[in-house]
Every structure is written in C-alpha cells, then in structure tokens.
Design a protein around this ligand. Structure first.
Ligand SMILES: NC(=O)c1ccc[n+]([C@@H]2O[C@H](COP(=O)([O-])OP(=O)(O)OC[C@H]3O[C@@H](n4cnc5c(N)ncnc54)[C@H](O)[C@@H]3O)[C@@H](O)[C@H]2O)c1
Ligand SMILES: [Fe+2]
Length: 379
C-alpha cells in the first residue's frame, strides 16, 4: 500500500495574502527575520490581520538552532499564541514548526495553527512536515519529521520573493532542483511524486536562471515559488537522498548555506547513484534511467542513459558556474586541516541522516568519504 500525505490548504495567485483574513480575535505570532522586519515587508502581513492581537518576533537567524527554538517557544508562551505565521525562508518556517513540535509535547491539549508564507523559493518547508534544526555545539543538523508540524495553510505570494538577492536566489533555487531530483530517484517515489517532480523540474530549469538574472521577473519568481512548493509535496512523500545528508553535515561544520551545500554535492551524487564508478553498473541503475528521463523532460534530446546522465551532470555544473556558485570547499576557504577534522563527523552524520534511508544506492562510509574528498578541491 502507498499512502500519500497531501498537505491541507494552499493559497496562491492574485490576492493570496487575503487568506489571512480568516483569523479574528486570535493571538498571532509572526516569526520573521531582521531583513523582512526592517524593510517593512512584514507590514503587508500585519495589514491583513486587523481584529487580532499580533506580536512580531523578528530575530530569526539562518539555520535555526536549538537555542533559537527555545527563545521562540518562550515568546509563544508569553503571548498565549493561538496561531503562528512563519514569514520568511526555511529558517523562519522550520523554527515555527519546531516550536509546535515542542509545544505538542509539553501541551498536548492545545494545537497552535501554523501558516507558512515562504519568502524564498527554496526549502518547500511550507509543504512539508520536516524541520531542520542545528546543534551548533556538536556540528550536526537534524531533520525532524513529524506530521504535527505540517502547516495548516501555505500562502504563496511571489511578490515577497522579488527582493531575494541573486546569490540567495541561486542557492535556494538549487535546493529546489535537489529536492526534485532526490524525490524523483528516491526509493520512496511513486507515480504521483514522479508527476510532481517532473513538472517541478521543468518549471525550475526554465525559470531559475531567469530569476537569478532579473530578480524583478515576476513570472520567473512565481514559477520558482510554485516549483519550490511542488518539490516540497514530492519529497515530503517520496523522501530525499544523500545530497541532503552530506549537505547537512557541510552546513553544520563549515557554515555553508543549505542550498549552496546541496548545489555543490548534487553532481557527485548523481554520478554515484548512477553507478558511474561501477563497470556496466549504469545498465542496472534505475536512478540512472530516471535521471536520463528527467534530462529529456527538461527539454534535451534523449541521448541514451549514459550520455544523458553525463550531459545532465555537465548541465548542472554549468548552471553553478553561470550563477557563480562555488564548486569546491577550497573556494570557500576551508583548510585541509579543518576538512580532515570534520570529515569523520560529516560521514557519520550523513550515514545516520534520515534522508539516507531513501537514497536509491546504499552508501558505505568509503563512498561518502570519496564524495567529500572530491568536493574538497574538485580533483
Ligand atoms: N523543512 C524543510 O523541509 C527544509 C528543506 C530544506 C532546507 N531546510 C532548511 O531551511 C533553512 C534554509 O532556508 P532558506 O534557504 O529559505 O534560507 P533562510 O530562511 O535561512 O534565508 C536566507 C537569507 O535570505 C534572506 N531572505 C529571506 N527572504 C528574503 C526576501 N524575500 N528578500 C531578501 N532576503 C530574504 C534571509 O534574511 C536570510 O539572510 C536551512 O536551515 C535548511 O536546513 C528545510
Ligand atoms: Fe533542502
């Protein structure tokens, strides 16, 4: 039996923010980051919430830590929250989700509603019951998965994403592409998640570079926001893979943004999953065949499995270069010493990461090490 978990409500298109008018006489907390608060973006959200008691927590920092979740939980208790509005990128949404997770444990009687308004087109967190929390002390990022954290409502409003700078557009957009490709080849994929992934890939490959080149291109922004949501739906059901497992360790140890880390690792994982390192391995690799289908779906001529997979890897590397994303750890200033020290920690956490369980090829310690070694200097 395959059970699909489709999230509840999503509003998109013109006037989607009006969906917030459904609340009246509630204690509402808006979790957001300093950029969105200082640039008055949050005012557009507040303007739809007349008749409620609203409290803005504007201190959300990237890569939510256990300490940040604790501070946000305290704020929620102080204001007896009924509703959370997570207004921001994955960091704001994941923080609000983690607070709900904690609250459900401490306070099982009362369910705080969660509205997610993503302002980056990246994590798809508005469509998932995943939250990624960092244990900064031990250099580990933990994905928590629990249905209690699923947003009750997602509001997709592309206007908010127009101000995302090119470097963040590139990184978060590569996170979308990674979600779609990992969900597509995952052992948990099925006909519905494949349909979502295929549509999402077409949208993302057609629009990411446009949004990067011209942040004001609203049509490209709308399509990326939709691709991000669709990707969330796909991976929430199909699962992810070792690009994410390795990226979590890189992010926790070297403070590389989530999307950048995924972008750097993705080409190596496509090669690994396709068994490029195993003589005649590709012929038996279902993942290789699916990458080849995906390459064809995004508009390239079918070249047979081997050539399609290799061209796809080349295409992704070309995108990274065009959008000025790093491709090696050396480029990011990571020293050999720091790398060798963190490597065993990253390998261990990657093998234990929940995302590894749905990777199409089961990795051994040595496989993760090989990927990391090549990522260090590109050799
Ligand atoms: N829950 C999930 O399913 C899931 C999936 C993937 C990643 N994640 C997690 O999400 C986090 C990353 O989220 P993210 O990539 O969206 O980044 P983010 O939320 O950390 O934001 C990145 C930067 O972009 C800025 N920003 C956000 N919106 C903006 C806007 N509209 N205009 C200008 N600047 C804006 C923020 O201020 C911040 O500096 C990581 O912790 C990652 O591990 C979660
Ligand atoms: Fe991700």
């Amino acid at each position: 039996m395959t059970e699909l978990n489709i999230m509840s409500n999503v509003c998109f298109g013109e006037n989607s923010l009006d969906a917030l008018r459904r609340y009246n006489n509630k204690n509402i907390i808006i979790y957001t980051d300093p950029f969105l608060a200082e640039n008055h973006k949050v005012d557009a959200v507040l303007s739809k919430l007349e008749g409620n008691n609203c409290f803005v927590y504007s201190n959300i920092a990237p890569d939510p830590s256990i300490e940040q979740v604790g501070a946000c939980y305290k704020f929620a208790k102080e204001h007896d929250a009924d509703v959370f509005i997570a207004f921001g990128g994955g960091s704001a949404i994941d923080t609000a989700k983690a607070v709900i997770y904690v609250d459900a444990d401490v306070n099982p009687g009362k369910k705080i509603e969660l509205v997610a308004i993503p302002t980056t087109s990246g994590t798809g967190s508005e469509a998932t019951d995943f939250s990624v929390i960092s244990d900064k002390e031990n250099g580990v990022k933990y994905p928590i998965v629990d249905k209690k954290m699923a947003p009750d409502l997602a509001v997709l409003c592309a206007e908010f994403t127009v101000s995302v700078p090119p470097a963040v557009t590139a990184a978060t957009g590569m996170d979308v592409i990674t979600h779609l490709l990992e969900a597509y080849v995952s052992t948990g994929s099925n006909i519905i998640t494949d349909s979502l992934a295929e549509k999402g890939l077409v949208l993302a490959f057609d629009n990411l570079y446009k949004a990067y080149k011209d942040g004001g291109d609203l049509s490209a922004r709308e399509n990326m926001l939709m691709a991000s949501y669709i990707a969330g739906l796909a991976f929430n059901n199909a699962g992810l893979g070792i690009t994410h497992s390795i990226a979590h360790g890189l992010g926790a140890n070297f403070h590389i943004s989530h999307g950048t880390a995924n972008a750097m690792v993705l080409p190596y994982v496509i090669a690994f999953n396709s068994c490029l390192d195993v003589p005649f391995g590709m012929d038996k690799s279902v993942a290789a065949q699916k990458y080849a289908i995906a390459y064809n779906k995004i508009g390239y001529e079918s070249l047979g499995t081997r050539l399609s997979v290799m061209s796809f890897i080349k295409k992704i590397n070309e995108m990274l270069r065009l959008m000025k994303l790093p491709t090696t750890l050396v480029e990011l200033g990571v020293s050999r010493e720091a790398f060798e020290k963190a490597k065993p920690v990253i390998v261990k956490s990657a093998l234990a990461d929940v995302c590894t369980t749905s990777n199409p090829r089961v990795p051994k310690e040595k496989d993760i090490e090989n990927i990391l070694d090549r990522l260090f200097s590109g050799m």
